[in-house]
Design a protein around this ligand. Structure first.
Ligand code: NAP
Length: 404
């Protein structure tokens, strides 16, 4: 099978700066790209082969959607109410017996005077909304850690225009797929502050095509987990100094997802060769299970901090763009069902805002996984100490191999 170069319109390659590593893309992407290239480059009307490819692509896309739906919904076959609470918290909140939190960040987050905050992926979506809400409560400083500087500058201007406080928001260049970039960002933090009260590990990519980071990990696990692991590790001295010198209530909040349900077993998660052979959604599930394991293991190893992971709900953000672009079935499905399925970005940020600054320290169960809003859920990846230790040790070894 020939390798077809990615189309310039494919945001997954362009924006993520990744390199395909398998000698063939998964069937779906391959068929789609072959179809596009043959039509554009030869300026011909589609021939029979192209039509076949399109049909095959459609079948494969349908299959992908079915796998996604069953992967996410089947585990809740006997708990339909939990499924609705997890995926449609907006609908669940309308029930008469609703017990969902009435958390309101404007009035339920107390004064953050003196506190220093860092949010990864702060230039967009849930991260940007999180910074906006925290900025309204007078923190000393917020680091907006972001990959795309222009988006960060726009986001900072937009947040400042919506807050009355003259809050100090510093742009921090961070590419989680690049270990040198993470080291540089951590050095910048250490040079500018000896205090960090709230670290929100929010940035993420979802279901992008198969690739590896420069350090050799599968791209989604590498970005969503390994990158955040190194950032946290490098910030530990500042976090520890904060707990000892300024404020015993230091929090590290990890954005996971209900997609942890789609993760493969731990043997596959910690084997790059096995993981990279999986489909993009499985790799995303692996990275989100890793976020849960990381938060739990961090709480076991560093009990002086409060560490938790969470699912934010289903929120229509740019996270879905790569998938919407390549899979028309997902695109049309979301157009038809989006209004019912997706919540607003404001609602989507509530769970992380509650964990980071709304809840009292003694209200949070250290190391646990939360669904929207403020609901602790027992999770096998959080409670399995053996797997948590294995992932931690594997990640440390990967970083050591890369010189970190
Ligand atoms: N939206 C949902 O329904 C949903 C559901 C479950 C979980 N989540 C989780 O929520 C988190 C936030 O996602 P979102 O929905 O707000 O998506 P989003 O709007 O696409 O934001 C993702 C953020 O991550 C940043 N990012 C991506 N790759 C990066 C890299 N290599 N280095 C540094 N930053 C990078 C992006 O920066 P650039 O814009 O500069 O690329 C962007 O700021 C993710 O961890 C996601 O897994 C979301």
């Amino acid at each position: 099978m020939d390798m077809v170069p990615p189309k310039s319109s494919d945001r997954s390659y362009r924006a993520y700066g990744v390199h395909p590593v398998r000698d063939a893309l998964d069937e779906q992407g391959d068929n789609l790209q072959k179809t596009s290239v043959s039509q554009e480059d030869r300026n011909e009307t589609p021939n029979a082969t192209t039509k076949n490819s399109t049909a095959l692509a459609t079948v494969s896309q349908l299959q992908e959607l079915l796998e996604l739906a069953t992967g996410l919904l089947l585990p809740y076959a006997f708990q339909p109410l939990t499924a609705i609470e997890t995926y449609l918290p907006g609908l669940a909140s309308m029930w008469p017996f609703n017990i969902s939190s009435s958390f309101n960040p404007s009035k339920d987050i107390h004064d953050l005077s003196g506190k220093v905050i860092l949010v990864t992926g702060g230039n967009n979506g849930l991260g940007k909304e999180t910074i906006l809400q925290l900025a309204k409560h007078n923190p000393h400083k917020i680091f907006m850690a972001s990959r795309t500087e222009s988006k960060a500058r726009d986001a900072i201007a937009s947040i400042k225009s919506q807050t009355s406080q003259n809050v100090d928001i510093e742009f921090l260049q961070l590419d989680l797929a690049s270990l040198p970039s993470i080291k540089k960002a951590a050095d910048q933090v250490a040079a500018h502050t000896d205090r960090l009260d709230i670290l929100i590990l929010n940035a993420g990519i979802m279901a992008v095509p198969s690739a590896k980071t420069a350090a050799g990990q599968e791209i989604q696990l590498g970005t969503n987990h390994v990158g955040h692991f190194l950032l946290t590790k490098l910030l530990l001295p500042t976090l520890d100094n904060t707990a000892k010198k300024y404020n015993p209530d230091v929090r590290i909040i990890s954005l996971s997802s209900a997609a942890w349900q789609m993760a493969p077993n731990i043997d596959t998660i910690v084997s790059t060769n096995k993981l990279i052979a999986q489909k993009p959604w499985t790799c995303y599930g692996a990275s989100k299970a890793a976020n849960i394991m990381f938060a739990a293991e961090l709480a076991r190893r560093y009990p002086q901090f409060t560490s938790a992971s969470l699912h934010p709900g289903l929120i229509k953000t740019d996270l879905y763009t790569p998938n919407l672009e390549v899979n028309p079935i997902v695109r049309y499905g979301s157009l038809l069902m989006g209004g019912l399925m997706f919540q607003t970005i404001e609602a989507g940020a509530l769970n992380q805002l509650w964990l980071a600054a709304g809840a009292r320290k003694d209200e949070i169960k250290n190391g646990q996984f939360y669904t929207p809003v403020a609901k602790v859920h027992s999770n096998k990846w959080a409670t399995n100490t053996k797997d948590g230790k294995r992932l931690w040790e594997w990640t440390e070894q990967e970083l050591k191999n890369a010189g970190y």
